[in-house]
Design a protein around this ligand. Structure first.
Ligand SMILES: Nc1ncnc2c1ncn2[C@@H]1O[C@H](COP(=O)(O)OP(=O)(O)OP(=O)(O)O)[C@@H](O)[C@H]1O
Ligand SMILES: [Mg+2]
Length: 390
């Protein structure tokens, strides 16, 4: 039995802490900042490893005895759900509360044993009404804004009562200010959050988001609610030798050996982009499985590279659609960047800067040096060059 390629090289979900390649320094720095009671913001392009790194840091902090809670706003529809989820995740940190909580949420308060009922009651007296949001599914819906306030205050209350530090990780935090206005008027919500967070001296906040300019906008300008709250942490590059080492280890988990030149080629093709590198490695492994071999050479890598590109075509087509909608010059600009050429001559000079900024905000390109841009995802760059979408 061979190990499944997608388990050795996951590409559609955060990487489990034990499988993280490189990024040890990032995890350490985040752990240190959280333990010290400071706040951090990770804003970066999609699929570069923000969630993986933050989750690894949380796992470590939890092992050190800190309370932790993770909230992914992509999964949360509205203010009521945010309040309830937050309350549950925070309360779960209390030993003894988890079982009672599961049971009460599944079968109602009446199903609790006397001891579990006592746990719940004690928490409510000690920590206030916010606890009730966790024990009673749907309760938050009657007054979502008020419920959210209570839930946001809960981390500090529980941390203070238990003499602990609590680390609260909000993933995809830009959703707070998103056009959905899912959690209420963004200005009002962020102001209330800031006021509560500022008083929460036992809580360290970790924010991640993939729409970089919205994140920067939320935390940087002086008139926004979160200005000056926390500092930005930019993820470090994963150096080529960390990739070589990490990928070799992953292949070895399925008793595969990789020829040095093939490994070099694989790492080169991924250009340090985490998801692209993992995707090529995953497809390379799959090719080896299909060929019935445990020896990875140049042929397997070539097959894997081609399959990675081909398999991502639907995602790339979607991205091309998004680019088309930005501006009529956006796709021609992206293509010339992909080919390493100057912008097409028919695009007026005044339009170029604006379109570049739009492409950057959409997470498609980044500036390497003055006047020099590149397509972030190497597979997308190849797609633009080879498939020539118009
Ligand atoms: N340190 C790493 N080691 C190995 N693979 C990684 C690493 N970081 C990221 N990846 C790859 O990138 C993919 C995306 O990782 P992750 O979900 O953590 O990124 P993200 O920046 O949070 O993405 P999104 O913007 O979609 O939320 C993973 O499935 C994995 O293939
Ligand atoms: Mg993520």
């Amino acid at each position: 039995m061979r190990q499944p390629s997608a388990e050795l090289f996951p590409t559609d979900s955060p990487v489990p802490a034990g499988q993280l390649i490189g990024r040890e320094d990032d995890v350490e720095q985040i752990v240190a900042a959280m333990a010290a009671g400071t706040h951090l913001i990770l804003a970066g392009p999609r699929r570069t490893g923000k969630t993986s790194v933050c989750e690894a840091a949380l796992t470590r902090l939890h092992a050190q005895g800190l309370y932790t809670a993770e909230i992914d706003l992509f999964r949360i529809a509205d203010a009521a759900e945010l309040a309830e989820t937050l309350a549950v995740k925070v309360v779960e940190n209390r030993s003894g509360a988890r079982q009672a909580l599961l049971k009460a949420r599944r079968m109602g308060r009446g199903a609790l044993t006397v001891a579990q009922g006592a746990v719940a009651l004690k928490m409510k007296t000690q920590l206030g009404d916010g606890v009730e949001l966790a024990f009673t599914p749907g309760l938050a819906q009657s007054d979502p804004a008020k419920a959210l306030d209570r839930a946001l205050e809960l981390p500090q209350r529980i941390a203070e009562a238990d003499g602990k530090r609590l680390v609260l990780f909000f993933d995809e935090f830009q959703e707070i200010a998103g056009p959905r206005r899912a959690y209420g008027d963004p200005d009002a919500v962020t102001k209330r959050m800031r006021a509560i967070f500022q008083r929460s001296t036992h809580v360290s906040y970790l924010f991640a988001g993939s729409i970089e300019h919205v994140m920067r906008d939320l935390f940087a300008p002086s008139q926004r609610a979160f200005s000056g709250f926390g500092s930005f942490h930019a993820l470090h590059e994963i150096p080529p030798d960390a990739w070589r080492e990490g990928l070799r280890e992953r292949f070895a988990a399925d008793e595969c050996t990789v020829e040095p030149a093939a490994l070099e080629r694989l790492v080169g093709l991924g250009e340090g982009h985490p998801r692209a590198t993992m995707r090529i490695a995953q497809q390379t492994h799959l090719a080896a499985v299909q060929l019935g071999t445990h020896a990875i050479g140049a042929d397997e890598v070539e097959l894997g590279h081609r399959a990675a590109l081909q398999g991502d075509v639907p995602i790339m087509e979607q991205l091309v659609e998004t680019i088309r909608r930005l501006h009529k010059a956006a796709l021609p600009m992206a293509r010339s960047i992909a080919e390493g050429l100057p912008p097409p001559r028919h695009v007026p000079v005044g339009v170029r800067d604006r379109v570049l900024k739009q492409l950057r905000d959409a997470g498609v390109v980044e500036r390497v040096s003055h006047g020099h841009w590149k397509v972030i995802n190497p597979l997308f760059r190849e797609y633009l060059v080879q498939f020539d979408p118009i």
